[in-house]
Design a protein around this ligand. Structure first.
Ligand code: ZN
Length: 509
């Protein structure tokens, strides 16, 4: 870089660092609100967060940002400087393409839509939410037009969460998944029907008395072994578990929710959030306070949480090491439950109404349904009035389940009330990618499954650090996946993982 470009680049970095500080501080306030803030603080906290968001938005969209970006010029994105400028320009363009009046309108409408959704769900009454969703949709379509797209307005929304993802590329992925998992689900359902005639309830061992303190202690031991760094992290309780990093890689916090009568939510929730946290803690420290800090997309983030939760945490090698320890912690509740029975209990495949309770196999059909419906809503081929019927028809077609009411059907997720159209597919991208990355790690280090059997995770974590974590947001998802695995995102490894695992679990031969 020549002198003028270099000065502009340094000044741009300083400006982006300030914007980053404002955003991290906002996330610290959010964390506090979800964990310790007294309920009386809600109104004041909303003002504080709005002020910080406004300041960071103003700095990002200010003329000075554009001037510095232009003067710094475009550099080869394969260099760190070039990648930083590319990310900064992307943020700047997305932020400036949306008129501030539209941004304000979206936050006003969703702020009203969310409590309306809560009430509609409580009363299972679609009519209480429908008109709000109409408004949200109208604004989301407006936003898509301002952001711009080549093929489909949905692409503009999707791109916010998954840079580079396109509807046209997700459709074949979902089609392959559907073709692959629907027969598996049918075959398992037939097996389950045979066994339930004998009165078998595979998931029963997870229900019983599981003290919260013991659950917490066990979860902490597991994620410590994964490599979660407590010097740069902490764990607290909240209603909805999440992972947040108010201080870049050096302050990555997770939250958990405990149920004293059910082991699964905290156990797997802790591993899941720790998976997110390991990604964030592993980002190169040189990227602190730059746009390259933090994960590259929601989908890649979810691949990390799912990898630790499912590929490690729901595997037989993992429990061959940890089950005796778990039994020591809960001798009463797990009396007479051997490790194989426990392994089957944590891997029950059963179509159900609720996405967040879905197993590894049926989960993606929940996402497929939402993807198809939100595309149709955005393009206007499905009306909000017809949405509940379309939802139920899709549930019946894909999962053979008819929701008992709208509360446990079309009203179950908060995403649409919050205007998060385009977010759902990132869950499935994460699932698919988790297997592709895990397979690649095992190809590089064949001893990983054996190490997991010994409660040893450093080689796996080391591979992820080297190939995924340390890069932060330097590469876009497609580039990162290609670099890490030598191939684009592929559905086949994921399908063969599911077929092998559940074929064996359900004796499908
Ligand atoms: Zn997650």
């Amino acid at each position: 870089m020549s002198g003028e470009h270099e000065t502009a680049y340094e000044r741009l970095k300083e400006r982006l660092a300030t914007i980053g500080d404002l955003r991290s501080t906002t996330s610290l306030l959010f964390w506090d609100q979800q964990t310790y803030m007294p309920t009386g603080g809600v109104a004041g906290r909303a003002e504080q967060m709005a002020t910080l968001s406004r300041l960071s938005h103003e700095m990002l969209t200010g003329a000075e940002t554009e001037r510095l970006l232009d003067t710094a010029g475009e550099l080869d994105p394969s260099s760190e400087e070039g990648a930083l400028i590319r990310r900064a320009r992307r943020d700047y363009e997305r932020a400036t393409k949306l008129p501030s009046s539209l941004v304000a309108e979206i936050s006003r409408v969703t702020a009203v839509a969310e409590p309306a959704w809560v009430r509609a769900r409580e009363e299972s009454d679609w009519s209480l939410f429908a008109s709000h969703l109409d408004k949200v949709l109208y604004l989301e379509r407006e936003a898509a037009e301002h952001l711009g797209y080549d093929d489909h307005p949905y692409d503009a929304l999707l791109d916010a969460y998954e840079p580079g993802a396109r509807k046209a590329r997700l459709e074949p992925m979902f089609e392959e998944l559907k073709r692959g998992v629907v027969p598996l689900i049918r075959a398992v359902a037939e097996r389950t029907a045979e066994h339930s005639r004998d009165g078998e309830d595979r998931a029963a061992p997870l229900h019983g008395e599981f003290g919260e303190t013991e659950q917490e202690k066990f979860g902490r031991a597991v994620i410590s072994a994964f490599g979660y760094d407590w010097e740069r992290g902490r764990q607290d309780r909240s209603v909805h578990p999440f992972c947040i990093s108010p201080g870049g890689a050096d302050d990555v916090r997770i939250t958990t929710r405990f149920d004293g009568g059910w082991l699964a939510p905290a156990l797997f929730g802790t591993m899941h959030e720790a998976g997110h946290a390991l990604y964030t803690q592993g980002v190169d420290s040189d990227y602190a306070r730059t746009p390259l800090d933090g994960g590259t997309s929601m989908g890649v983030h979810e691949s990390q949480s799912r990898l630790w939760e499912n590929l490690v945490g729901r595997s037989r090698p993992f429990w061959s090491h940890y089950y005796p320890k778990l039994q020591e912690v809960f001798p009463e509740a797990l009396k007479g439950v051997d490790s194989e029975v426990f392994y089957r209990a944590i891997n029950v495949l059963e179509p159900s109404e609720i996405r967040v309770e879905a197993d590894e196999v049926t989960y993606n059909l929940h996402i497929l349904l939402r993807f198809e419906l939100e595309v149709a809503l955005i393009e206007g081929t499905l009306s909000v009035t017809d949405l509940p019927a379309a939802w139920n028809a899709g549930m019946e077609e894909y999962l053979g389940v008819t929701p008992k009411n709208d509360a446990s059907g079309v009203l179950q997720d908060i995403h649409w009330a919050d205007g998060l159209f385009g977010y759902f597919p990132t869950y499935t991208i994460g699932n698919v990618l988790s297997v592709q990355l895990f397979d690649e790690a095992v190809r590089a280090h064949a001893g990983i499954p054996e190490q997991i059997r010994e409660g040893e995770f450093s080689v796996l974590l080391g591979w992820l650090r080297e190939n995924v974590h340390r890069h932060g947001s330097r590469y876009y998802p497609d580039e990162l996946i290609e670099r890490a695995t030598g191939r684009p995102l592929e559905t086949a490894p994921y399908l063969s993982y599911l077929n092998n695992k559940f074929g064996e679990l359900y004796d499908l031969g």
